[in-house]
Design a protein around this ligand. Sequence first.
Ligand SMILES: [Zn+2]
Length: 481
Amino acid sequence: MSHEHDTSRRSFLKVSAGFVAAGATPSTASAQDTGTELNRLQGSRRILLKGGVVLTMDRQLGDFAKADVLIEDGRIREIRPDIAASDAFVVDALNRVITPGFIDTHSHSYQGILRNILSNGRVDPDYNRDIIAKITPAYTVQDAYIGMLATALGMIDMGTTGVVDVSQVNNTPEHSDALIKAMQTSGIRAVFGYSAGAPGPDMKNPQDVTRLKKTYFSSKDQLLTLALGVGPDPRQFQVARDNDVPVVAHLRNTLPQRDDGARLAILQKAGLLKAGDEFIHLLHMPPEPLKLIKDSGCHVSLSTGIEMTMGHGIPAVQNVLDVGLQPSLSSDHAVTLTSDMFSMMRMTGVVQRYGVYQREVNGDKNAPKLLTCRELLEFATINGARTMNADSKVGTLAPGKEADLLVLKADSIDIWPLNNAYGSVVGLMGPSHVEAVFIAGQVKKWRGSLVGVDMPKILANMQEARDGVLKRANFPTNLLG
Ligand SMILES: [Zn+2]
């Protein structure tokens, strides 16, 4: 617990002016002052974010043009204007937008060391041939660890506080242990969607799920939960049901011989669909199976950017909205595109609007309504929390919830003046505006830098792992290709 002496309180508020006040620059605070300030913040039971634009995304509580957020013991205690908390560490949030942390509901995070390996690639044949068939089998346990850590830390840096991971690199049980350890080390909130790795005698998926569950997931009071990454196959779904974990399943529905809608009906008839299961992509899916997903209490994840860029198909944004599903958003991977959720929101908005405008041009008098920036922010926050089955803990800012939240800088030259808070976050901002990140009330990014991360060491480890895996896979990179 932090109990500040009056004089030291004044001096630290002066220090934090570099962080918040107009006219000051971060360089006014010395590294030593920042370290002292950070120590105080980390040692504080109560943290008061003061005078920010607070987008709670909680419809009952509403959003605030100016309010304070009091965090206590990792949870949100109170949100309203003018909270007095004399013993709290105060963060001046003037000209900041405070939002729930973003949630990315589908990430092959182990590929963090393969960024832009396929800058111009298609999913077929490039991704499936190079990433899945060639490079993934060459991953060592250490590569899996570094790849996962790199992605998770990169996400936190970009404002993503929660992720559903589907790393298909569980080549051995030791790979799984390394992936889980990397997530724990990063401090991100995550679902570990345990998926098959490269085929081989040491690949123990799915049966190893029982050991993993017992070893790492016996507590419900932790940032990490377990799911099973599967295809639309009754036998695989049965394993999830036997182990009482949710399913995360890709339903690409693109190959001519695939009819994932029919497969869904088979799963439902067999009683194998369960509320809380997650389905990804859902391209060109007719309304019936989408309704089945909704009526079963399952969730959906759209990877709008990757689907458009790599040729999966036209994203199902409007299709899922039409049946009343509330989609979440996902990056899929960074082999081709960024994983930042600002981009996910923007790309999804652009695709939906394109569809509406096309219908209007074609004379459709009943074209759907355009998505708003607030709705897109819901996709990236509360819908993501529902999809990772964590909406009772996070996804909105409300008393009692765990404090996963972002402090976004609005008084920068590319954002100011602040005329519409949702528009600024969804339409204009990017990772560079993520000034502070909290997960379960713990500060993970402060003054624009990740907290407690030995960056030179991690960058060196990433490069070393990248060199090793590409050499073993005999896969050339071309920096200027
Ligand atoms: Zn995927």
